[in-house]
Design a protein around this ligand. Structure first.
Ligand code: 13P
Length: 291
């Protein structure tokens, strides 16, 4: 098992684009989260991208700790499906740090810069990453909602700008099409498939990324995949199912029964809930059996 290692997201996404399915990016927050995702993808023989935001990286004691934990866990668990460890919404400095700390894929989110500065910085990050065999996700038109204190307004990307960034040779491209991080508000108007189709037309074989996967109805997910989306990010939905299962356990007084307070027991319902959510997403995205 000595060849078990993290891989770039390039190959899994090229296959997904050609095969008309999407690889899930599931964000991780701690050891239990990582173990829940890794064991589920191995059971279902699915490729996976583990997303780590800069905030989650700090929480887990730095990207170096995340890399060490993930690779050690993959070896111990005998994980043979393709796993990419991916920086989610990386800043310019954060992207460089993740590269230094052994991530196999990075997102450089230059969407808050003007398009020219976004292009310059993306170019630099692409050169640094490709020298290490690391895949790169770029973003055009910020994704709405709140993530790690960054708030956007459900923006829609300009397809021409998407083409400019895609032409820099990035591995995958995130483009805002009315998607939002977190739970969708009741007055959400849905995804803009007209813009997605235009972006797909201009960027050809480039795998497109859909952020804000939590709560997007199944028919919209399917339609996105048919229009070139090959990577879908999910974070909040696992957090909600983890919290719900943990709350039920406590409310049922199970932590007060016997050794129910033992963290290995207390966190188990949440762990199982994450596994169930991940399974549901992999089935919906069509990546089961595609490892
Ligand atoms: P959600 O938290 O809405 O699932 O979005 C996740 C995401 O897009 C991470 O970049």
């Amino acid at each position: 098992m000595s060849d078990i290692k993290l891989v770039s997201a390039q190959e899994m996404l090229t296959k997904a684009k050609a095969g008309k399915y999407a690889v899930a990016q599931i964000n991780i927050n701690n050891l239990e989260w990582t173990k829940a995702v890794l064991t589920t993808v191995q059971e279902l023989q699915s490729p996976i991208i583990l997303g780590v935001s800069e905030g989650a990286g700090k929480y887990m004691c730095g990207f170096n700790t995340v890399t060490a934990m993930t690779t050690a866990m993959m070896k111990t668990l005998g994980i043979t499906v393709p796993v990419a460890l991916h920086l989610d919404h990386g800043s310019y400095e954060g992207a460089k740090q993740a590269l230094a700390d052994g991530f196999s894929s990075i997102m450089f989110d230059g969407s808050h810069y003007g398009i020219e500065e976004n292009i310059e910085k993306t170019k630099e990050i692409v050169a640094l990453a490709y020298a290490k065999g690391v895949s790169v996700e770029a973003e055009v038109g910020s994704i709405g909602g709140e993530e790690d204190g960054v708030i956007g307004g459900g923006e829609v990307a300009d397809p021409e700008e998407c083409k400019k960034i895609a032409d820099l040779g990035v591995t995958m491209l995130a483009a805002g099409i009315g998607n939002i991080h977190g739970v969708y508000p009741p007055n959400w108007t849905g995804l803009n498939f007209e813009v997605l189709a235009k972006i797909q037309e201009l960027t050809g074989t480039m795998p497109l990324v859909l952020h804000g996967g939590t709560g997007i109805p199944a028919d919209m997910i399917k339609e996105s995949i048919s229009l070139g989306v090959s990577k879908i990010n999910v974070n909040t939905e696992c957090q909600l199912s983890f919290a719900e299962a943990t709350r039920k356990y406590i409310e049922a007084g199970k932590d007060r029964e016997g050794k129910g307070f033992d963290p290995r027991k207390l966190l188990n319902p949440g762990y199982e809930a994450i596994k169930a959510t991940v399974k549901e997403k992999l089935e919906l995205f069509g990546s089961v059996g595609k490892a």
